[in-house]
Design a protein around this ligand. Structure first.
Ligand SMILES: NC(=O)c1ccc[n+]([C@@H]2O[C@H](COP(=O)([O-])OP(=O)(O)OC[C@H]3O[C@@H](n4cnc5c(N)ncnc54)[C@H](OP(=O)(O)O)[C@@H]3O)[C@@H](O)[C@H]2O)c1
Length: 340
């Protein structure tokens, strides 16, 4: 398969718009169908969307006529990329799969199914091998915060640790375009995000799980999460504290993070960052305003280590690393693994 034809469900939402921005000049992925909610079927994309991405709606998508989410409207593609809300995704995605259509999805239903890979490519692209003998492929992306916060854990889980404590400061865009009323979050901090504190350790334990030929066996994790919504538009930050049973060399640990790049052997991964983890030495970094630049990288800083306690900050773009970017990187990786 030289070129990959895709449909995008939820194309008018935050993740959908980001996906179109990332795909507009893609060398081998073509978006051939767009859809949104039922009432917008047959609308031109430009009339259906409230465009909030930087710059104009890409010319090639402006006049596309929206289709439904029904399988018959997606028989002409290799993959459906789904950015549907969870309620709509559950039935729609299974219906597509039952009708022989491959799906890569951002939505939460079935993320914890032991037969369905939950992919953050740098961490667990090997779980995609589960799909090798399947005619129809169904892949899930983790939740945006799980995706970002899991990136440094590859190095943590090599250590003898007692407990990981994570506090997340999550951007408004993580709740979708209509997710949070302005009056509720402007000049405010909300110390609770429904479902998030359970989802993050659960999904990370699956991402770092062991995949045999049939299913994924989750890894045991001792992780405690507190999630807080803060009034920034884009970028989820996490403060991570790790209690260790062993003494570590902090410089060596940081060098391992800098060198982390399991995908470097693959070619043609246009959404794979050259350096997946960028370290900052300045005491006031990383910052959303300074460091996030529409990239797939995650940023880390504020390292401290004493008496077997390790602390650092993690920051990533929830719409790119947390959603649109990993959907596309997963598809690119599947092509390189000859799994399409
Ligand atoms: N935002 C993030 O940072 C993030 C990160 C990771 C994962 N996710 C997940 O990605 C998915 C999309 O998130 P989002 O932030 O882009 O949400 P969003 O801004 O609310 O967009 C939702 C999209 O789905 C469409 N839609 C709504 N109900 C539908 C229905 N019943 N049938 C068909 N289409 C429907 C909407 O179309 P209309 O324009 O017609 O309403 C819109 O295009 C969600 O499952 C979310 O949990 C989001």
């Amino acid at each position: 398969m030289d070129r990959i034809r895709v449909s995008l469900l939820g194309s008018t939402g935050m993740v959908g718009q980001k996906m179109l921005t990332l795909l507009k000049n893609h060398p081998y992925i073509d978006v051939v169908n767009l859809s949104a909610s039922k009432a917008k079927k047959h609308f031109k994309y430009r009339d259906a969307v409230n465009w909030v991405e930087h710059g104009d709606i890409p010319e090639k998508y402006r006049d596309m006529e929206l289709v439904s989410t029904d399988p018959e409207d997606h028989k002409n593609v290799d993959y459906v990329l789904s950015a549907l809300p969870p309620e709509a995704a559950e039935e729609t995605e299974i219906n597509l799969i039952k009708n022989g259509i491959n799906v890569i999805s951002n939505a939460s239903p079935y993320r914890m199914d032991e037969n369905i890979p939950l992919i953050n490519p740098e961490l667990n692209y090997d779980h995609l091998n589960l799909l090798k003998n399947r005619d129809i492929k169904f892949v899930k992306n983790p939740n945006c915060t799980s995706t970002i916060m899991s990136m440094p854990l590859n190095e943590i889980l090599k250590l003898d640790y007692k407990k990981i404590t994570l506090t997340t400061l999550q951007a408004i865009s993580g709740a979708g375009y209509t997710g949070l009323p302005y009056m509720g979050i402007d000049d405010n901090i909300i110390p609770y995000i429904p479902g998030e504190e359970e989802k993050i350790p659960r999904e990370i334990s699956k991402m770092f799980g062991f995949a045999n030929n049939e299913r994924i066996i989750n890894r045991n994790l001792n992780m405690f999460v507190t999630s807080v919504r803060v009034p920034v538009k884009v970028g989820h930050m996490g403060i991570m504290n790790v209690e260790l049973n062993e003494d570590i060399d902090l410089e060596k640990f940081k060098n391992n993070l800098k060198a982390f790049n399991p995908l470097k052997g693959f070619k043609n991964l246009y959404n794979a960052p050259e350096k997946p983890i960028i370290l900052h030495e300045e005491e006031n970094r990383p910052q959303n305003m300074i460091d996030l630049n529409n990239g797939m990288e995650i940023h880390m800083g504020r390292f401290d280590y004493h008496d077997h306690n390790l602390r650092f900050i993690v920051l990533g773009d929830n719409l790119i690393r947390g959603a649109a970017g990993i959907t596309i990187l997963t598809l690119e990786t599947m092509k390189e693994m000859s799994l399409l």
